[in-house]
Design a protein around this ligand. Structure first.
Ligand SMILES: NC(=O)c1ccc[n+]([C@@H]2O[C@H](COP(=O)([O-])OP(=O)(O)OC[C@H]3O[C@@H](n4cnc5c(N)ncnc54)[C@H](OP(=O)(O)O)[C@@H]3O)[C@@H](O)[C@H]2O)c1
Length: 241
C-alpha cells in the first residue's frame, strides 16, 4: 500500500454527501487534501482540527471550467505535487426518453453534461501532467450503477454516467505507462441528498457514504500493480450487480 503521508489528493464536491465522507476518511488516514466546492463557507469549522498544510479548501464550480484550472494550479503551487483526483461532484435531473409534455429539457441535459462529464474531463486534463509526475497518480470517478445498467426512467443522468465510464477507461489507457491508474466507483443508491431527491426508499437500507469512502481510500492506496478499473456496489440484489 502507498503511504498516505506523502500524497496529495483533490476531491470535488467535498462539502456534503459522498464527497464529504471521502474527505473525512482520507483526512483521518493522513492524506494532504485539497477540497473543491462551490461554496467554501459550507465547510467552515468542519475540518477545524486540520492544519493548513494538510487541508485546503478551494472554490470549484464544474459549470465554470476556469475554477477547475485555478484549483489545480493552486493545489500544485501550495503542495508541490498532486497524486490523486477524486471526481465526485455530480447532479441529478430527470430527463426521460419520451420527455415531458411542454417542457424543454435541453437546459437540464446541458447542465448534466457540464457537471457530470465535462467537469471530470477538464479536471483530469489539467491534472494529467502532475499525476504523470507523481508516477503513482490516481483518478477515481464516482460514476454510478446508472453507468452500467438501465433501470427506472433516468435517461439524462444515465447517459452522463455511461460517459463517465468511457472517460475512466480512456484515462486508464492514456495514463497507464505513466503510472496513472483510473477507477470508476459504481454504486446504486447511496444515502445522501441526491438519493432522497429521487426516491422515498429508506436511506438506512441504502449503501452509506462512509462505505463508498472506504472503497475510494483503498483504490487510492493500492500500488500500480493492483489496478481496479471498476467497482460495482449495491445494497439490494440486482442480478449480476
Ligand atoms: N447518492 C446516490 O444514490 C448516488 C449513487 C451513485 C452515484 N452517485 C454519485 O455520487 C456523487 C456524489 O453524489 P452525492 O450522492 O453525494 O450527492 P449530493 O449529496 O447531492 O452532493 C452532490 C455534490 O456535488 C456538488 N456539485 C453539484 N453541482 C456542482 C457544480 N456545478 N460544481 C461543483 N460541485 C457541484 C454539490 O455541491 P453543492 O453543495 O454546492 O450543491 C455536492 O457537494 C455524484 O457524482 C453522484 O452522481 C450518487
Amino acid at each position: 500500500m502507498l503511504d498516505p503521508k506523502a500524497r496529495v489528493i483533490m476531491i470535488s464536491g467535498a462539502n456534503r454527501g459522498i464527497g464529504l465522507a471521502i474527505a473525512r476518511c482520507l483526512h483521518f488516514k493522513g492524506y494532504t487534501l485539497s477540497l473543491g466546492v462551490r461554496d467554501p463557507a459550507k465547510l467552515d469549522g468542519v475540518f477545524a482540527d486540520a492544519h493548513a498544510t494538510t487541508l485546503s479548501i478551494h472554490h470549484y464550480d464544474a459549470e465554470v471550467p476556469e475554477t477547475g484550472t485555478r484549483w489545480i494550479q493552486d493545489t500544485v503551487s501550495q503542495n508541490g505535487r498532486l497524486d490523486g483526483l477524486v471526481n465526485n461532484a455530480g447532479m441529478y435531473k430527470t430527463v426521460t426518453l419520451q420527455g415531458e409534455a411542454g417542457k424543454d429539457d435541453e437546459p437540464d441535459l446541458d447542465a448534466l453534461w457540464s457537471v457530470n462529464v465535462k467537469g471530470p474531463l477538464y479536471l483530469t486534463r489539467a491534472a494529467f501532467p502532475h499525476l504523470k509526475a507523481s508516477k503513482q497518480g490516481r483518478v477515481i470517478n464516482i460514476a454510478s450503477l446508472s453507468g452500467k445498467r438501465v433501470v427506472g426512467n433516468s435517461l439524462g443522468y444515465g447517459l452522463t454516467k455511461f460517459a463517465v465510464m468511457g472517460l475512466t477507461h480512456q484515462i486508464r489507457h492514456d495514463g497507464w505507462e505513466h503510472g496513472i491508474r483510473a477507477s470508476a466507483v459504481c454504486p446504486s443508491f447511496v444515502s445522501s441528498d441526491m438519493a432522497t431527491g429521487i426516491t422515498d426508499m429508506d436511506t438506512a437500507e441504502m449503501t452509506q457514504p462512509e462505505d463508498i469512502a472506504e472503497l475510494v481510500a483503498t483504490l487510492i492506496a493500492l500500488p500500480n500493480t493492483a489496478a481496479v478499473p471498476e467497482i460495482t456496489v449495491n445494497w439490494r440484489n440486482e442480478g449480476i450487480y
